[in-house]
Design a protein around this ligand. Sequence first.
Ligand SMILES: Cc1ncc(COP(=O)(O)O)c(C=O)c1O
Length: 472
Amino acid sequence: MDEKRGITQFLLRHAACSPVSFHMPGHKGADLYRDHGYGDFLDSIMDCDVTEIPGADNLFQTEGIIRETMDRYKAIYGVKESFLLVGGSSAGLIAAIMTCVPAGGKLIMARNCHKAVFNGLRLAGGRPVYAYPEELAGAGISGAVLPSEIKRCLAEYPDASAVILPSPNYYGICSDIKAIADVVHEAGKVLIVDQAHGAHLKLFDEYIGGCARAAENQGADIIVESAHKTLASYTQSAIVNLNSDKVDQYVFADKLQMIESTSPSYLLMASLDINADLIERKGEQLTKTWEADLQYFYGKAKEIPGLKVLEHPMLDHTKINLDMSACGLTGLELEKLLMEKDIFVELVTGDILMCMTGIGNKRCDYDRLLSALREISTKTLLMEKRPSGRQAVTVKKLLQREIPQVCERVPVSQAAGRVCGSSLIPYPPGIPIICPGEVMDGEVLAYAQSLRAAGEKVMGIDEDGCVLAGKK
Ligand SMILES: Cc1ncc(COP(=O)(O)O)c(C=O)c1O
């Protein structure tokens, strides 16, 4: 059949343009598998899509081949137990929260958590206590969550059950997990780290070193990681690591089976198996090559006029944050220019454009990005300058009220001052800018509208430009 349509047509056309991927997933296409002995798996992919036939084990009672893969992850991350996830880190985060927070209990959570955390807490019937991250001066993006902020929340809410934060955050900024773990454990609580963006950190700790360290090595109790985002497994596959005796693995397993499909994909699980194998056999080589390519990129990027690359003492530098506002370009404009050259990035916030590198990127990808940036710099520096100035809103502290039980649709233009009934979430990054129960703020609503006007996705604003607010 020649005439393909819809999703299939889009994907095939995209693949045919030889795109450069600086977005998820981390494998970046077939070459990684083919280059390392898994071409036969790719060739048999339809026939490998099976169910729980004899010998195939069962994700929810692991005694055979799935158990073996779990054991490999246990050894790779040096933890007490590892679980395979087929519902992304989202599933692991929801199960972790349902394990740790009883109905009516409190969770101390970074306000810049991913929406999965907010959803998990709603499903658990718990209540949020927000810890606010620092804002990175001048960059308009969220920074680290400080141990002192967690300490403040623990002192104010000593009855909270657990603490959760993302590290690295979407832009790669890590928090000091060791210091936070000390504070949390001193208070007798459980620390959950959303390391969705840092599944690779364990490898960097082992073979490279640096400031962005794996939460497993810093004393966190539950660590959730999207192997698919930066490593070699398929989209939607992820890992949860239990790293202490504070959490009962059987209770966790029970919560997990409640929220995952009863038909887990063997293709996803096989890709986790392949990822584990690549790490065991080639982890050192692949990590060192990745690091060398990053050093090469950062070195060459310095020579490009008008290009600023984010530097930060706690940055996981596999996330490359570019800023060409000195050339008069917003992040969105820069993204558009790169897309014209078939270079696709992960995230735009204000002037920052984040390129997410992965284990499958090759030197030629970095070279294509560099040469595109050089060309853009040359062209735009010749143009008349104007301020780029697209303001980003990260996480603004808003007044909190009870979450409304009954809601009504309200045009965004009339929503300021009303209590939010359903989160407003720009996607990506998937971090709510207004949560249920928060009083909607004019500046944040205007920001959400500006994103919609620019063609970006903002969940919570419907096709008529309305949001849900508590009924008056
Ligand atoms: C910080 C963070 N946590 C969790 C998730 C959810 O991960 P997954 O897509 O693997 O479900 C995301 C997704 O982008 C994220 O950015």
